[in-house]
Each structure stands twice: as C-alpha cells, then as structure tokens.
Ligand binder design. Structure first.
Ligand SMILES: O=C(O)[C@@H](O)C(=O)COP(=O)(O)O
Ligand SMILES: [Zn+2]
Length: 215
C-alpha cells in the first residue's frame, strides 16, 4: 500500500471514530450530517444515507477537488459542497456538517441577522467560530448551495445553512468538529436566554480576543 493510501486509511479511521462520537452525543440525528478530510488532492467523505453512528472506515467515498467520485462508496449528496470548501480554503483539511437541534432551530428563525446568526456570548465561541453568517436556503445537494457556501467560505470558516444546519471548514477534522459543537452550544445558550436581556462581549473585548488569536 502506498503512503498516500496509508494516510487515506488513517483519515478514514478518524472519520469513523469522530462520527460515532458525534452520533453518540446526539449532535446530529438519524442519517444526517457528513464529514470529510482532504489528503493532498483527494477528499475522503462519508457515504450518502449512512448514519454517522455506523460508519465503516473501509466504505467511505473518495472524491477529487471538483467533487467528482474517484473510488469507494457513493459520496454524500453534499460532497460537491465539501469540495467547494476545500477550494475556497486551500490550507483546510477537515469539514463537518451537522443537523444539531439548537443550531437548526436558530437557522429557522425569521428574525436573525444574516451577517451574524449568533451573538458573541462567550470568548470560546469567538475563538472557535468568530462571526457566523447565515447562508440562504437551498435544498440539500443543490449545486447552488455549493456556490453560495464557497463564496461565503472565502471570508468565514463556519456558517449556518438556513433551515438546515451548521457547516465548518478548518485546518483539521477535529478543529472543525470543535467549532460545530461550539455553534450548537451557543445556539442552545442563546435560545435559553432569548427572553432575557443579554450582555454579549463588547467590541473592545472582541478586538482583544482577535489579537490573542493572532499571537
Ligand atoms: O440534509 C441533508 O440531506 C444532507 O445535508 C445530510 O445532512 C445528509 O446527507 P448525506 O450525507 O447524503 O447522507
Ligand atoms: Zn444536511
């Protein structure tokens, strides 16, 4: 087996392990959500119609950076969107898309700010996620969704898909998962606090966090 195949195999094991953990913690129900890792110019992505809780690392799909199937199982219907994210952010190596309950709830609200779907309630949210734009609704797998996501990803690594869920692209798969989990926790906090006056972080506090992130 070549070194490339060895790396694909190792990434597939990480994807299956992470999928099981995400599913066990109730972060995406049923057969929703999809995960991927970029290895050189190939992407290992979860197959369509399979629960993240029961992924077989030997049956994941391999696609190219144009989103075309190369070998393995039938790719997620969002594979083209994953490929679009890697094109938009060439240094990225992991993508996580989830239907986490509270994040989906926020994505369905009529009155959210499309430029920033969740307020900066905590430092952790600001450090992991930053500003979270809302991508307008397109049906799952619609090529127009990939176009919208690719455009947004040039400025933001995390976004909320209207009436759908979260999607994060990051330097590695586990960092993408951390950010997706943080979106869910912040959405839950925000819904808990909705009837109360809140005190999001102030601009000076956000600037200080941005400086620490760069340090
Ligand atoms: O919402 C959808 O249908 C997809 O975005 C999804 O989450 C699961 O689709 P597959 O990855 O094709 O199973
Ligand atoms: Zn989905």
């Amino acid at each position: 087996m070549s070194a490339h195949e060895d790396t694909i195999r190792a990434a597939s094991e990480v994807i299956a392990e992470l999928g099981a953990s995400i599913f066990a913690r109730g972060l995406t129900p049923g057969r929703t959500g999809n995960l991927s890792c970029r290895i050189e110019d190939e992407i290992v992505v979860t197959p369509t119609g399979v629960s993240l809780g029961s992924l077989d690392p030997c049956r994941l799909a391999i696609i190219d950076l144009a989103g075309r199937p190369v070998r393995g199982g039938k790719p997620s219907k969002e594979a083209v969107m994953h490929a679009a994210l890697y094109r938009a952010r060439p240094a990225a190596r992991g993508v996580v898309h989830l239907h986490s309950t509270h994040a989906v709830a926020v994505s369905c609200l009529a009155d959210i700010d499309g430029r920033s779907a969740l307020p900066p309630l905590t430092a952790y949210f600001v450090m992991r996620v930053g500003r979270l734009p809302l991508v307008p609704y397109f049906a799952p797998g619609d090529p127009a969704l990939s176009v919208a996501v690719e455009e947004t990803a040039r400025e933001h690594h995390a976004m909320l898909l209207a009436n759908h869920g979260s999607i994060v692209v990051a330097e590695d798969l586990l960092s993408a998962a951390d950010a997706a989990e943080e979106i869910e926790e912040t959405a839950r906090l925000w819904l808990l606090l909705r009837e109360q006056r809140t005190r999001p972080l102030a601009d000076a506090q956000l600037t200080a966090l941005a400086e620490r992130r760069q340090a």
